[in-house]
Design a protein around this ligand. Structure first.
Ligand SMILES: [Zn+2]
Length: 174
């Protein structure tokens, strides 16, 4: 069972290592009268293999998580095949519409991996390159000389100065 207190941001309404929207969504789901206690036991996170972009088959790759391919199934897949929410909408907007899971959807259950990794690395789970821009990421890095430490997942990075040659094109009329 998921203990959402472990992925709760420190300040209300603010994301830090963890997304406030995701925490708040799960919290509301688990406290829903009547069904909340079942969701708490049955909720699953799934990777959707059918690309939402062009329908092609996407392998689950834990180092390249595409937010758009992750679904939250409040009552799991076994129960009436279930319904789903889109994780990207939940994280971006704080809410999403609940849909029935279409039969054409091929999914893999990543619940355990997802929560263990999210608890450990926070939102870096979605941004292993550390290039992303996230709301509430001001405290993400600690800079020491030419190195920086990611305060969410603990990774260290070294700054490299690269020489880039630029070819300039000018248009002239002769
Ligand atoms: Zn990180």
């Amino acid at each position: 069972m998921i203990d959402i207190n472990k992925i709760k941001p420190k300040v209300k309404d603010e994301s830090d290592k963890y997304s406030w929207n995701l925490y708040n969504f799960l919290n509301r789901l688990f406290n829903k009268s009547g069904v909340g206690k079942y969701y708490k036991k049955q909720l699953e996170i799934h990777w959707l293999h059918n690309s939402r972009w062009d329908g092609s088959y996407l392998e689950f790759n834990k180092d390249k998580l595409n937010l758009n391919q992750i679904l939250i199934l409040p009552s799991g897949k076994q129960h009436y095949r279930g319904t789903f929410y889109e994780l990207s909408l939940i994280m971006g907007k704080g809410k999403a519409t609940e849909f029935a899971l279409p039969y054409s959807y091929e999914t893999t259950d990543i619940t355990e991996w997802f929560f263990n990794t999210y608890e450990r690395d926070g939102r870096c789970i979605f941004d292993r390159e550390h290039n992303g821009w996230w709301q509430g990421d001001k405290e993400r890095f600690t800079y020491i000389n030419n190195t920086r430490k990611c305060n969410w997942c603990g990774e260290w990075h070294k700054k490299e100065i690269k020489k880039v040659q630029v070819i300039k094109r000018e248009e002239t009329w002769v």
